[in-house]
Write a protein that binds this ligand. Structure first.
Ligand code: GLC
Length: 460
């Protein structure tokens, strides 16, 4: 080959690689593929479960101003102690919580074993800063796990890698003493803290039977990944719990846009908080990434006596549908009060959501996104040849399930009752290709509260 030719070939290869890279189409490595497959296999049950209960429970229920009270009000550990002393959840009954979750149609639950305040809800041998010491030796985490498992609900634990109580945890980030110059003069032995934190996680994964989920919270700035010795931590967790799935907060997330997003080796799923992505999350190669929106029922995670800004059951149903229509899960939070009761308002909302799910769960569990374009009147979910049209928003006249090929439709029914729904072309829609009109109601109102699900069964 002449020099010129060689130069031309080299140039073309470099050019094509660069083009592919810019398009985000470079091929995933073998390691990436194999990790991706493992993540998808591990999360399979979870991606079908779709709806879970988050429980933020701790001594912060006493001041009742949310779980960040120690940080927000710059309280010292001494000042916070009165809340620890007063924390006596006499009404706590894990079985009641588990029944509430079950009735709500939730398939998994995640409880705070330790939140940022460092107070342990489990009987850790590595500290005296724990509920069991003042709760007749009872291990609240164990009672939670037993009760939820007994209801057939998968179980997970939230563990804060941040610790506002441990003497070796520096006053960084949102630490309550972040502005305290005297406090900053102390010596903090980071390795000592890591030993404690890894040790506690080991207690949880070793001594409490099979855990389905580990929910670490959270990384920030340089406190990310290897700062926590995250690889070693994950390895240890998986040693005891080979099937466990782990959230993505052991490291800050670089890939918040689909151009960069990757599945990493530290976590199985992404955790958007208090919001729902516009579209399914995919990695930079276009593969779906497991994700879960975590959401409060009012405005805070921990119990707040003065926050009555409850979301309506309708909004919760819509959020759940919205998540599933984009291949995501919803982890819905309750913050029990200092006596251990889930607020009545929460129970009422959850009961309503559960009632809806009882009739319409088929369109949620095991479902994911559909290729049809997001309609004005709601969302689609899909499972194989079943398309579920969720009529959420006010609509005039018939519902256009645009993109459905009428030739390919076997049946159209209202999921709630199984009744056939008529579908016919309108005179004005005839000219448009791809229209598929369904009569969902005799009026302009949806025939089912919150979300009328229309099941479109396609021929196989
Ligand atoms: C945030 C908050 C925390 C809450 C969590 C739930 O990280 O710090 O209070 O537990 O989100 O996702």
């Amino acid at each position: 080959m002449s020099e010129m030719k060689k130069l031309f070939v080299t140039f073309s290869i470099v050019f094509l690689c660069a083009l592919n890279f810019l398009n985000g189409q470079e091929a995933p490595s073998k390691e990436y593929k194999s990790n991706y497959e493992q993540v998808m296999a591990r999360t399979k049950w979870w991606r079908q479960a779709r709806f879970g209960m988050f429980i933020h429970f701790g001594a912060y229920a006493v001041p009742a101003r949310g779980e960040w009270v120690k940080s927000n009000e710059r309280l010292t550990t001494e000042q916070y102690q009165k809340y620890i002393d007063a924390f006596n959840p006499v009404d706590f009954d894990a079985k009641v919580w588990a029944k509430t979750a079950k009735k709500a149609g939730m398939k998994y639950a995640v409880l705070t074993a330790k939140h940022h305040d460092g107070f342990c809800m489990f009987d850790s041998k590595l500290t005296d800063y724990k509920l069991s010491n003042q709760f007749g030796g009872r291990d609240l985490v164990r009672e939670f796990l037993d009760a939820f498992r007994a209801e057939g609900i998968k179980v997970g634990l939230y563990y804060s890698i941040i610790d506002w109580h441990h003497p070796d945890y520096p006053n960084v980030g949102n630490h309550p003493q972040r502005d305290d110059k005297e406090y900053a003069k102390r010596t903090f032995n980071w390795d000592n803290y890591l030993k404690y934190m890894h040790g506690q996680v080991e207690e949880l994964v070793k001594n409490y039977g099979k855990l389905d989920i580990m929910w670490f919270d959270y990384s920030f700035g340089e406190y990310s990944g290897e700062k926590w010795k995250a690889k070693e931590l994950v390895k240890m967790v998986r040693k005891y719990q080979p099937e466990i799935i782990i959230d993505n907060r052991l490291a800050t997330n670089e890939g918040s846009s689909s151009k960069l997003r990757m599945i990493n080796t530290l976590g199985d799923f992404e955790t958007p908080e208090q919001g729902i992505p516009d579209a399914p999350l995919v990695d930079k190669y276009g593969n779906p990434i497991p994700w879960e929106t975590c959401l409060t029922l009012n405005g805070v995670w921990g119990y707040n006596e003065f926050d009555h800004n409850w979301k309506s059951p309708e909004l919760i149903v819509h959020c759940l549908v919205n998540c599933v229509s984009k291949n995501g899960n919803l982890l819905l939070n309750v913050g029990p009060d200092a006596r251990g009761n889930i607020p009545v308002e929460c129970v009422e909302i959850l009961t309503e959501v559960g009632n809806w799910l009882e009739r319409n769960g088929e369109s949620i569990y095991g479902c994911g996104s559909s290729d049809l374009v997001k309609p004005d009147w709601g969302r689609y979910t899909q499972k194989g040849n079943m398309i579920y049209a969720h009529w959420l928003y006010p609509n005039l006249g018939q519902l256009n399930a645009k993109g459905i090929n009428g030739e390919n439709v076997k049946n159209v029914t209202l999921l709630k009752s199984g009744a056939e729904l008529p579908h016919k072309k309108t005179w004005w829609g005839n000219s448009e290709t791809g229209n598929y009109f369904i009569t969902g109601s005799s009026t302009n109102d949806k025939p089912v509260k919150y979300d009328a699900v229309i099941k479109i069964e396609l021929k196989k």
